[in-house]
Design a binder for this molecule. Structure first.
Ligand SMILES: *Cc1c(COP(=O)(O)O)cnc(C)c1O
Length: 361
């Protein structure tokens, strides 16, 4: 009788759900019967303009037989200049996801508050960190406002860490400074995930100087089209940032990511032109889909829009679009069962999407 190979695994890990395994593009393309290059990928909020050629050149020229700088000094200095904060407040990581993990490991919170519907990584990494996840739901759509009193009650009940995204994924709405400051007055670390800040009109980075328990997360994945290289960062009180630096994996930022991110900051004026185009396409997406009469957009400050599907089955719409080579996001969760999320793309991507949507009429 062979012994149980999982007997040394932490009991709560034995049946932990994997983080939404997604099919590789090649597999999807084969299933649908189109070449990968003809898929319109509007399901993961990536920047379909892709990285600037200068970034590819810089990565190609990087010396990656040498280990990266564990303190990412040049990159953190460049980010500091970009945001007008001290480099000592910046911690870089393998995507914003890495910073979520670092914060959870640093503080070891017994309870973490999230405000669903929201980004899945907070509860996923929270559970791996051994925390209990307290969900304080947002109000129903189209508002999807956070429940400030409910979150404060969760802190009173012992939660020491709050994760909120602004703009929120998948709803697209932002937090107000008032909401963030009200939460920062509570006895908990408040993490505001600004993965989509470059597409939005507001940011709470300036508030980080006032509140030692406020941490802001950012990434190069969305605006700078570097999702596949894994590079993000956090802005925190210098003492908290120093402790984050102390416990992170020393080489969490690889050489290619470091070089690419610095080049992206150098080229930010040009890249932000692409961002402006994506924002314009987001607004065109809203205007064009309104004419169909069966998609109700939720106002968004990010590079995607959440739509309520009215009078037809949302999941069927997603399948029908996929069969036409257009990928959008569906959520298998009760409160989003009538919704689909569509990323903004280049004009030609949104044209292809609109053509497919009209074919469904
Ligand atoms: C996409 C996304 C991230 C992931 O950022 P990475 O830097 O790629 O890890 C983080 N937070 C939110 C809200 C996102 O939507």
């Amino acid at each position: 009788m062979p012994s149980d190979p999982l007997r040394f695994v932490r009991p709560d890990f034995v049946d932990l759900e994997e983080y939404e395994p997604v099919k590789p593009l090649e597999v999807l393309a084969r299933e649908i019967g189109v070449p990968v290059g003809q898929l319109v990928k509007l399901d993961a909020n990536e920047n379909l303009y892709g990285p600037r050629p200068e970034i590819r050149d810089a990565v190609a020229a990087a010396d990656f037989h040498i280990y990266p700088d564990p303190s990412s000094s040049d990159l953190r200095a460049a980010i500091g200049r970009y945001l007008n904060v001290d480099a000592a407040q910046i911690v870089a990581g393998a995507g914003a996801d890495d910073l979520i993990d670092i914060l959870i490991r640093l503080t070891g919170p017994e309870r973490i508050v999230i405000a669903p519907p929201t980004f899945g990584m907070y509860s996923f990494l929270g559970k791996i960190g051994g925390a209990k996840i307290l969900s304080v739901p947002r109000t129903p759509g189209p508002e999807f406002e956070i429940d400030l009193d409910g979150i404060r009650a969760a802190v009173d009940a012992g939660a020491r860490m709050i994760f909120l995204a602004s703009p929120n994924n998948p709803t697209g709405n932002v937090l107000t400074d008032f909401q963030v400051e009200a939460l920062a007055d509570a006895e908990a670390i408040v993490v505001v995930d600004e993965a989509y800040a470059e597409f939005a009109e507001t940011s709470v980075v300036p508030l980080a100087a006032k509140h030692s328990n406020l941490v802001v997360l950012r990434t190069f994945s969305k605006w700078a089209a570097l999702a596949g290289l894994r590079i993000g960062y956090g802005i925190a009180h210098p003492e908290l940032a120093a402790r984050m630096m102390a416990i992170k994996q020393p080489y969490n930022v690889n050489v290619a990511a470091d070089v690419a991110a610095r080049k992206a900051l150098e080229l930010r004026a040009e890249i932000l032109e692409d961002v402006r185009c994506l924002v314009a396409e987001r607004e065109r997406l809203i205007a064009e889909t309104r004419k169909l009469g069966w998609l109700e957009p939720v106002p968004s400050q990010a590079n995607f829009v959440l739509f309520r599907v009215v009078g037809r089955d949302a999941k069927t719409v997603v399948t029908d679009l996929r069969n036409r080579g257009v990928l959008v996001r569906y959520y298998a969760r009760a409160e989003l069962s009538d919704y689909i999320r569509i990323s903004a793309g280049r004009p030609e991507d949104i044209d292809r999407l609109m053509q497919a949507l009209r074919e469904l009429d």
